[in-house]
Write a new protein. Structure first.
Length: 155
């Protein structure tokens, strides 16, 4: 088996400051990278060569994996869809996040007027080894409609 890891997922956002504040305050991520990126026209399957974008990469505790990039078109401004998704559909990721305090995360999310899909609740699932795992979990959307399931392992 190879040594492939997923390091980062980059999300296109409408408002960098609002999105960055949400990730820093709700998920308690910190900035790893913040700069303008001029597209080459080869790597990103969006925009065109010469487009200027603002890329912020945020990290959690691990210095390599689990990062989230926020990408906003600066010049030209890329028009966003009018509606912000409030349901998951084909082509939309579900981010699964581990937290040591789901209730505190919920409080921070409510303060930022996040769309809460599911309030904190206890639930269980059979793990890969067959043992039952108990969680306190909730689910919510970021300012651009990206869906997050947040779990705190119990016991």
């Amino acid at each position: 088996m190879g040594n492939t890891i997923v390091k980062r997922t980059t999300l296109i956002v409408r408002d960098m400051e609002k999105s960055r504040a949400w990730y820093e305050e709700v998920l308690e991520m910190s900035a790893y990278y913040d700069d303008e990126v001029v597209l080459s026209g080869n790597g990103m399957a969006a925009g065109k060569k010469g487009d200027r974008t603002h890329l912020v990469i945020l990290k959690c505790q691990d210095p390599v994996i689990g990062m989230i990039g926020l990408l906003q078109w600066v010049k030209p401004v890329w028009p966003a869809p009018k509606d912000i998704p409030s349901a998951v559909d084909y082509g939309m990721p579900t981010f699964v996040v581990d937290s040591d305090d789901v209730r505190a995360l919920h409080e921070r999310a409510v303060k930022l007027d996040s769309i809460i899909h599911s309030e904190p609740r206890e639930w269980s699932v059979r793990g890969a080894t067959g043992d039952m795992i108990d969680f306190l979990g909730m689910s919510l959307f970021d300012p651009d409609g990206h869906f997050f399931e947040v779990n705190q392992r119990l016991g």
